[in-house]
Structures are given as structure tokens and as C-alpha cells.
Write a protein that binds this ligand. Structure first.
Ligand SMILES: C[S@@+](CC[C@H](N)C(=O)[O-])C[C@H]1O[C@@H](n2cnc3c(N)ncnc32)[C@H](O)[C@@H]1O
Length: 273
């Protein structure tokens, strides 16, 4: 079977697979290494008091909850995702964190947003663009619905840089590639944004990169492997037994304190001209 990015085809997954992705999104949001990257750009967002914020591909709503918790946020946040299961989960988490008065969620396709032009002050795509069918169309829609002078934020991994250490370097490289091919429709898209954003009528205001690196211990890459190794096996990208050996060695390295994995992430903040 060919590899199929689970977030792109999320509506074809069964209940158990959806619950695993809900758990992954929530554990990732709590993970110190990853939460820092979100806090970095949320802290730089200039939010007017009545800011209207849209997140496309909001998943379980972790990004918007973090904005809604800000002391200076008194506006409204709206999350759109293609997956009804995630939207239900997002509503539940927002209620239990008592931020549901400031956030709403709805089902929708990022390629065809259902909002008039220039509706929002800020539009965010947080680890969405690497998964979508047509990244340029999604960026075009984000640009259309942000007001002139408003901010578009695109945050995602440069997954072509993802790597886990493995003693057999050749097989290790094959696993890195298989994990990326099984999980991301657009693993290199973040390298294209300096060229694409101006074509869409966006002026780059700020951009930076962060390496997510775990050495010795692992939390972020532990959950990444637990979540996505099954998709490598399911797609038959590498022999199942060899993947099990690889995964067991990663678990052992985490226990022994000899683990290493890394991936680069980039944040772009741009203004609509
Ligand atoms: C990796 S998750 C990120 C979720 C959330 N932004 C976060 O960081 O916690 C990617 C999300 O994009 C959603 N998605 C993928 N393609 C989409 C599309 N065309 N329209 C709307 N949502 C989409 C998936 O359903 C999934 O919830």
C-alpha cells in the first residue's frame, strides 16, 4: 500500500487511530521542547484587544487554547479543521480548560475557507502546511481571509531534516525517509516559503528556525515514533521485522540515555500587503 499522510486522510482513519492522534497532538502541545516553539511566536503576536484569530488545521485546539489563556487576549479565536472527531475533542478540551467563551471550532477545508475576504487580524497554520494536498491554495486562502496589514503565521517542520541516530547508518537513513514519507505530504515546503509568500501578496516580517533535539532522553521523538512507525509498517515501506528491531533499539537508547534525534522547525510571520 502506498504511504498516506494520516493527517491529510484523517477522515479515513478508524476511531482507535483518531484517538491515538488526539493523544499525540495533546502530548506534543504539553511537551516542553515543542511548547517553547509555539510560545516564541505567540509572544511576538501583536493582538489588538478585540483581535479575531483564525487557526486553520486546528486539530484538538492546543494552539488556540494557548492564545486564549494570554492575559492580554480579549478577542475571539476560531479553529477550523477537516476532522469532526478533532473538532469534538477541541470543544471538550476548551470547556475543561474554561476558555470556551473565547474560542469556537468548526469543520472546514483549509483549501476552501468559508469566510469573506479580510475577516481576521491573525491567521495561523501550525503544522498544517506539511500535510495538505495543495499548500499554495491553502496559503492563498489564509492570505485572502486576513485583513490588509494583518498577520499570517506559518509554523512547521522541515521534515527532510528529521533524523534518528542508528548504528547502521544506511538503514537508519532509510527509516528516516520512510517515517517522513509515511507521515508528511510536503516534507520540504518550509524551504519554499521565502519564494511563495511574496507571490501571494504577503510581506515577510520575521522568520527564524529552531532545532528540536533530544539527546539522552526523549519525549517528543518517543511519541513521534510510537505514533508514526505503525504507518511505515502499514504502508509496507520497510520490512516489519526490521522496523521492530529499529524501534526496540530506539526504546533501549531512551532507557540507557544514549538516544539522539533531531528535526528543524521554521516560523514565518508575514503581513498582508
Ligand atoms: C499535525 S495536525 C496539527 C493540529 C494543530 N494545528 C496542532 O498543532 O495541534 C494537522 C491538522 O491539519 C488538519 N488538516 C489537514 N488537512 C486539512 C485541510 N485540508 N483542511 C483542514 N484541516 C486539515 C488535520 O485534520 C489535523 O488536525
Amino acid at each position: 500500500m502506498a504511504a498516506r499522510d494520516p493527517h491529510r486522510f484523517v477522515n479515513e482513519l478508524d476511531e482507535a487511530a483518531l484517538e491515538r492522534l488526539v493523544a499525540r497532538l495533546e502530548s506534543r502541545a504539553r511537551d516542553g521542547v515543542f511548547a517553547r516553539l509555539l510560545d516564541n511566536y505567540v509572544a511576538r503576536l501583536a493582538l489588538p484587544p478585540s483581535a479575531q484569530v483564525l487557526e486553520v488545521g486546528c486539530g484538538t485546539g492546543a494552539v488556540l487554547r494557548s492564545i486564549a489563556r494570554r492575559d492580554d487576549f480579549s478577542g475571539k479565536a476560531l479553529g477550523v479543521d477537516q476532522c469532526g472527531h478533532f473538532i469534538d475533542a477541541a470543544n471538550g478540551f476548551a470547556r475543561s480548560e474554561r476558555v470556551d467563551g473565547r474560542i469556537a471550532f468548526q469543520i472546514g477545508d483549509a483549501h476552501r475557507l468559508m469566510f469573506p475576504d479580510a475577516t481576521f487580524d491573525v491567521v495561523i497554520a501550525h503544522t498544517l502546511i506539511s500535510h495538505v494536498t495543495a499548500p499554495l491554495a491553502v496559503l492563498g486562502e489564509m492570505t485572502r481571509v486576513v485583513r490588509p496589514g494583518g498577520t499570517v503565521v506559518v509554523f512547521d517542520g522541515d521534515y527532510a531534516s528529521l533524523t534518528y541516530a542508528y548504528p547502521d547508518h544506511d538503514f537508519g537513513r532509510l527509516v528516516d525517509e520512510a517515517l517522513v514519507n509515511a507521515t508528511f505530504n510536503n516534507p520540504r515546503i518550509m524551504r519554499d516559503l521565502p519564494r511563495l509568500l511574496p507571490e501571494l501578496g504577503l510581506k515577510l516580517a520575521d522568520a527564524w528556525g529552531d532545532a528540536v533535539v533530544e539527546i539522552g532522553q526523549a519525549s517528543y521523538f518517543k511519541s513521534f515514533a510510537e505514533t508514526y512507525v505503525p504507518y511505515v509498517k502499514q504502508a509496507g515501506l520497510l520490512p516489519e521485522r526490521a522496523m521492530e528491531v529499529w524501534h526496540n533499539e530506539q526504546r533501549q537508547a531512551m532507557e540507557n540515555g544514549t538516544f539522539f534525534a533531531a528535526c528543524n522547525y521554521y516560523t514565518y510571520m508575514a503581513h498582508r500587503i
